[in-house]
Design a protein around this ligand. Structure first.
Ligand code: HEM
Length: 540
């Protein structure tokens, strides 16, 4: 019976050979289409970009970006979520707006987001190559980072340069005292603080001998102009059709500023070369023993260290004159305004919160007294001052959004981030996230004190709820310096003077933010100082 049926079927199939072929082809086609759909829908799901607002052709989300950008990005993320995709022209960007996403990116994908986007303007200041700040995570970057952490900006260098910063602070206090005693109605502290932090950084770079007064004032000008250009939005960096056209003229202006900057750096380096030759000659004449070389090592500034490395034939990497100059530019731009801005934000917050200011001053009076001026060495005994500093960094990080670039495709939270995507971490929004911070907009240093909700929280980037210096391998190399210099300067200002608002100003102080590379106060801080210590301690 079965055999009969089989034979019958065979004969039917043979009779309908053409029909079978058609059916087989159809089945194969349907299967292929289904498979293709399945595979491509899986791939599409994996390639799905994180959510973001509606975009426009060509410009993407550029029309939505208002200044200050960190606020706009936070507002957009409130609707799109803590991992948001936006398109700036033709450039994909993702924005991390809470601590969990920042942690996932930095802990989980550190290797993929260790590059920084090199903008057209930044390229000019990097002598056509890439500087330390904008270098990809390559051999040069690793070399200079190691040098930073061990010698240039490491704990020993910070310690050795303490007298230089002390002298800078003394000069600021002297200027304020003269203004107060001379009956001047007000002091432009913004101006004085910028002068102080520029001089401190410049002296760390080139020592006192290599920095004539004219260099210091030219440096302030050129750093201001360069920072303005590096911080400006340049359509060329984002919109493909604008590339090579310099539509806003920024590249042209940057080239002109760079010529001035280069002349200044050459002046500094030539001074330094002469000083090194002279001291070498002297060493050869008198014969320097081990003790003298130890003292000479202690006197080395950044240029000395960099020039030693450039002359070192056994160094793992050749440090060219261009690389030295571009590194100095990075440190001057990255280090000066950030520190001045932080002292200013901190003083403004304390003046707006007199009870906190009273606690800071009482703590300094209790630990230091009125016979000498507070210094960096006192900081470990001043926990409330440090808590007020952390609170200021939480509310007013001077670099509110950090920029990275993905060097390969990566998957995060089920979304695919293409290679070459700009990765923004909104440090400012993270510090004000109501999901973590109680009463996030209030200035409450007590939250960092014993018993406070953020007691023991450090700001070095290991706890992602507070990361004013960034985090991971590209975290700020100047953090150690900023953790000493800023609170010590603020402490001296409030120990030595009572501050009141100059005529015409009102309280509370306006806390509006400026545009630019560094998020500073919009209005200059113009205040009236009254000396509060009598006799006034020696300003040395
Ligand atoms: C309160 C003061 C400062 C703050 C809040 C600050 C903040 C930052 C932040 C957020 C970054 C990006 C980190 C990241 O991508 O994860 C950074 C990078 C950098 N900062 Fe600072 N900074 C300060 C002071 C300084 C100082 C004093 C210097 C130098 C003397 C400096 C030099 C640099 C450099 C060179 C980079 C780039 C590092 C790299 O790309 O590897 N900063 N800073």
């Amino acid at each position: 019976m079965a055999v009969a049926m089989e034979e019958q079927l065979m004969s039917m199939l043979l009779a309908n050979r053409n029909l079978v072929s058609v059916v087989l082809v159809l089945v194969a086609a349907v299967t292929a289409v289904a498979l293709h759909y399945l595979i491509s829908s899986r791939r599409h799901h994996a390639r799905r970009l994180p959510p973001g607002p509606m975009s426009l052709p060509v410009i993407g989300h550029l029309h939505l970006l208002r200044s200050p950008v960190h606020r706009t990005l936070r507002d957009l993320a409130d609707r799109a979520g803590p991992l948001m995709h936006i398109r700036l022209g033709s450039t994909h960007c993702v924005v991390a707006s809470n601590a969990e996403v920042a942690r996932e990116l930095i802990r989980g994908h550190e290797g993929s987001i260790s590059d920084r986007p090199l903008t057209e303007v930044a390229r000019q200041f990097a002598y056509g190559g890439s500087s330390f700040v904008f270098a990809p995570y390559d051999a040069y970057w690793r070399f200079i980072k190691r040098l930073c952490m061990s010698e240039l900006l490491g704990p020993l260098a910070i310690e050795l340069h303490r007298p230089v910063r002390r002298a800078g602070a003394a000069s600021l206090l002297r200027a304020v005292l003269e203004a107060a005693n001379g009956g001047e109605k007000a002091v432009d502290l913004t101006h004085e603080l910028i002068r102080f932090s520029h001089t401190s950084v410049l002296r760390m770079i080139a020592g006192t001998a290599a920095v004539p007064g004219s260099v210091a004032s030219k440096a302030r000008e050129v750093v201001k102009d360069a920072a303005e250009l590096v911080g400006a939005f340049n359509a060329e960096d984002y919109i493909a059709v604008c590339r090579g056209w310099d539509p806003q003229g920024l590249r042209r202006r940057a080239a002109a500023v760079h010529v001035r900057y280069d002349a200044l750096l050459e002046e500094m380096i030539r001074h330094k070369e002469k000083a090194r030759e002279a001291s070498k000659l002297l060493g050869d004449l008198v014969g320097s023993g081990d003790k003298d070389s130890a003292a000479a090592a202690a006197r080395k500034d950044m240029l000395d260290i960099l020039m030693d490395k450039a002359e070192d034939k056994t160094a793992e990497l050749k440090l060219t004159r261009e690389k030295i100059k571009s590194f100095i530019i990075d440190v001057m731009i990255g280090g000066s305004d950030t520190m001045a801005t932080m002292v200013e934000w901190m003083l403004a917050e304390l003046l707006n919160h007199p009870e906190c200011l009273r606690k800071v001053v009482a703590e300094i009076d209790g630990v230091v007294g009125g016979g000498r001026i507070v210094g960096e060495e006192d900081l470990p005994q001043l926990p409330y001052l440090m808590a007020a500093y952390k609170e200021t960094l939480r509310l007013h990080p001077p670099a509110p959004v950090t920029h990275r670039q993905s060097s390969e495709e990566m998957e995060i939270r089920g979304f695919a981030i293409p290679q070459g995507t700009m990765v923004f971490i909104n440090i400012w929004a993270i510090g004000r996230d109501p999901a973590f911070w109680e009463d996030p907009l209030a200035f409450v240093p007590e939250r960092f004190m014993p018993g406070g909700a953020a007691e023991g929280m450090n700001i070095r980037g290991q706890q992602f709820q507070l990361m004013p210096f960034g985090s991971g391998r590209r975290g700020c190399p100047g953090m150690g310096l900023a953790l000493q210099s800023v609170p010590a300067m603020l402490a001296a200002l409030v120990q030595c003077f009572d501050w009141s608002v100059a005529a015409g100003g009102g309280m509370p102080l306006d806390m509006g933010e400026s545009d630019g590379l560094v998020c500073a106060r919009k209005e200059p801080l113009v205040l009236r100082p009254t000396p509060r210590l009598n006799p006034f301690p020696a300003v040395v």
